[in-house]
Design a protein around this ligand. Structure first.
Ligand code: GLP
Length: 242
């Protein structure tokens, strides 16, 4: 694992954007794994800024897989992670929406949504670069503490803490869905490069546990330590407990 302390969230975003651009220049049909949340926002904003000024690579041939999705929101709801990733990342890079795949939360297909998503990732040749953030309790995607380190994409129940953390997007905690589909920790570990971004003091304890604590299901993000090519980008506040 390469831990890179940076001077600010904006710098972390710029360094992450450099890594994504370098991959897409090298491999225009790269498979990108995209995370939602506030952590990767500066990265996506920087990619879009460069793309708009003509400085970035072409993204037309890129394929994307998102990490996770809420279950129970109507299709097209602005807080679905599918809509969020269109709005915050892929639309701004000119990536066609049918090139962005996300776990399918429709009620009819829920029982085999996980295996279908795993098969789609495998059919695409696997994820070349996976962008990751971290939850305040150390969760990765929606793999809450206690998740199997080898888990695959599956249905999960959110903890009260994560629903509270995400209530800011919904107006009240009651409106935050209880269930989600999430890539498993095993799925994430199969990506060829993990690009992890954490910023802000609220992440400092989780980052310390993930980077320096034991590899354990009680801190799902500690699986980063098992990956042969993980890059950890931190601003000073997120790095404060290392
Ligand atoms: C959600 C997402 C995670 C994300 C986490 C942290 O729970 N499922 O993928 O890493 O939030 O979000 P933020 O970066 O907004 O703190």
């Amino acid at each position: 694992m390469e831990v890179v302390p940076l001077s600010s969230a904006a710098e972390a975003g710029a360094v992450a954007a450099d890594a994504i651009e370098a991959l897409v220049r090298r491999r225009p049909d790269a498979v990108l794994g995209l995370a939602t949340g506030s952590s990767p926002l500066p990265t996506y904003q920087e990619l879009i800024r460069r793309h708009r000024t003509g400085a970035g690579p072409a993204y037309d041939a890129v394929r994307c897989f998102t990490l996770d999705e809420y279950v129970g929101l109507p299709a097209g709801h602005p807080e679905t992670y599918r809509e969020t990733i269109f709005r915050e990342c892929t639309d701004g890079l000119g990536i066609a929406r049918d090139r962005v795949r996300s776990p399918d939360p429709s009620p009819d297909g829920l029982s085999d949504a996980g295996p279908r998503y795993e098969a789609a990732i495998e059919a695409a040749g696997g994820v070349d670069l996976q962008v990751l953030g971290i939850g305040g309790d150390g969760h990765l995607a929606f793999n809450e503490p206690g998740s199997s380190l080898a888990s695959a994409t599956r249905l999960k129940t959110l903890t009260a803490r994560t629903r509270q953390d995400n209530a800011r997007f919904f107006g009240s905690v009651d409106q935050v869905p209880q269930h989600v589909l999430t890539q498993g920790l095993g799925t994430i570990l199969r990506a060829r490069h993990l690009l992890f971004v954490a910023t802000g003091a609220a992440k400092a304890d989780a980052v310390a546990a993930a980077v320096e604590g034991p590899v354990s299901a009680s801190c799902p993000a500690s699986v980063l330590q098992l990956h042969p090519h993980a890059t950890v980008l931190l601003d000073p506040a997120a790095a404060a407990r290392l």
